[in-house]
Design a binder for this molecule. Sequence first.
Ligand code: HEM
Length: 196
Amino acid sequence: MNLHKRIREATRGCHEKIEDVLQSERILSPDIDLDEYRKHLRALYSGHARVEAGLIHFKAKLEAEGFSLPAPSNSCLISKDLEALNDTNISSDQSPTVLNNHLEAIGALYVIKGSAMGRAMIARRLAPKIGEWGLSEPHYYAIQSQGQDEWMQFVQKLETMTPSDVTTRQTVTGAVAAFESFVPSHFRCSALDRGP
Ligand code: HEM
């Protein structure tokens, strides 16, 4: 099994969890309301911003290896959509996703880039609602997004990597950490609970 398929298999449960957290049923529903859309964007913003902050340290190395980071970033696109809803009270004090080496960073990049897949589907469903709410074309859920092309290039790159046990373990660790960054329960315990 190639590295892409290994990561996908290992993180299938993480994706299901994130769909729950982001209330995918509601975001795909024709009767979603504006407040639900706003809350969904906030949750997405928080997760993407954390993962992107964790990836910054690895940007140069990843680019030297031929991986590209999304530009503009997902959090940048989402923040513009929140601004359009006059929701500018975005918390920026959440901690970056912890990534310990560049293989974990590749795993986190898998999550960020792969989000373009669900995004394309959601964009098509949301388009009539965006018009109904009188909003202009969204930045994150834009119908014409480059994300899917970038995803295909990323997958091709992953498939050239030898899926050794170490590579698989570390990329999966990074992908799981990235997915967990979208789960609010991650924040329930404070640093004091993590003792000793
Ligand atoms: C409510 C939100 C979401 C829905 C409904 C959704 C749905 C989907 C769908 C339909 C696919 C394509 C599956 C396929 O064709 O094989 C997909 C793939 C993927 N999604 Fe999501 N998604 C959502 C949110 C997210 C988020 C927030 C992330 C990460 C930040 C994410 C990460 C991924 C990844 C990594 C893949 C690629 C799996 C692979 O082929 O390796 N998704 N998603």
